[in-house]
Design a binder for this molecule. Sequence first.
Ligand SMILES: [Zn+2]
Length: 336
Amino acid sequence: MEGKGVRQKAPFTNAFRRGRPISFAAGPVSVFQAGLALRRGKGHFGDMDIIADAPTGLAMALDPLVTRVLAPNPSPFTYTGTQTYLVGTSELAVIDPGPDDPRHLAALVAAIGGRRVAAILCTHTHRDHSPAAAPLRAATGAPIIGCAPLTLEDAGPRADAAFDTGYAPDRVLADGNRVSGPDWTLVAVATPGHTSNHLCFALPESGALFCGDHVMGWSTTVVAPPDGDMAAYMASLDKLMAREDDRIYFPAHGEPIEKPHRFVRGLIGHRKQREGQILRLLKADVGAVPAMVERMYAGLDPRLNGAAGRSVLAHLIDLRDRGLVIEEDGVWKTTA
Ligand SMILES: [Zn+2]
C-alpha cells in the first residue's frame, strides 16, 4: 500500500482542499492508513478497527495553520479519541489539550517542537478535553485561556464525574473575545448546550471553526442535563447557521466537516425529528425514559444507553419548559 496515498512531502493544496489529513511527521504508510481509517470510520459507533488504526500521537497537518494530534483515549463516547489542534506556524495556540495522559503530553510537546505557545485554549471542561491544560502549561509556560470553569448552582453542582473539576484558567474568554499570534486570530464563539461553558473558536485566516463537542464529525452530541441544555444547544446550532464565513469545522472528535451549514442544518433536522418521535411516543402512552430509549435507539451500543437516556431527558425538559409536556412520578405526558 506504500506510496498510494498522499505522499509525505505533498504540498498542502489538494489534500487539504479535500479535507483529507496529511502528515509531515510520519512516513507514507501511516499517512495512507490514517486517511483510510478516518474515511472508513465515517458514521460508525465504536468500531474497534477504526480505533486500532487511528493515528494516535502523530502530528497531522490539515491546513497551513492547523495541525492535529489524536490522544490515546478511544471509547464509545470519544470515537477514535480527543483531537488536539495546534494553530499557527512560528508561534502556536493549542486547542483542547485533552486528557492528562503522559503519552499525549509527550506527543504534544514533540509536535510543538520548541516553538513558543501563546495560549492553551479549552472548548469546555469535560475530562477528555481540559485536564492536560495544567501539565502543558507547566511544560510550555503558556497561559490557559478559554472557557470558564463550570458554574455551580445553589442546588448543588451541575457537574458529574465527566467534568474536570481541577480546571483553572488564567483568563476566561467571553463571546467575541479574541487571542492572536503573528499569523492567526482565534475568536471565541459562545455555544452553550453540550455544556453550559462550551466555546467554539473561529480562525478567520483559514475560514475554520474549532467546534469542540458542539458539533462532532462522527455522531450526534450528547446533551446531558442538568448542565447540558437542549434549548441552549438548539440556539447554539442556530448561531452557527447565522455565521457566514466558516468554510470548514474541525471537531474534537471525528473528521473535518467541509460543508458546515449543510451539516448543521442536518443536525437541527435530526433533533426536531427526535422531538417529534418523543411527542408521538408520549401520545401512545410510552412515557418512561428507558422505554422511550428502547424504541428510539434500536441497535444502540448498550454502553451508550445512559447517554441516550440523558439526551431524551434533555428533550423532555425543553418540551416541559415550552409547556408541551409534564412529568408525574417519572412518567411523562403531553399537556394537549
Ligand atoms: Zn464534551
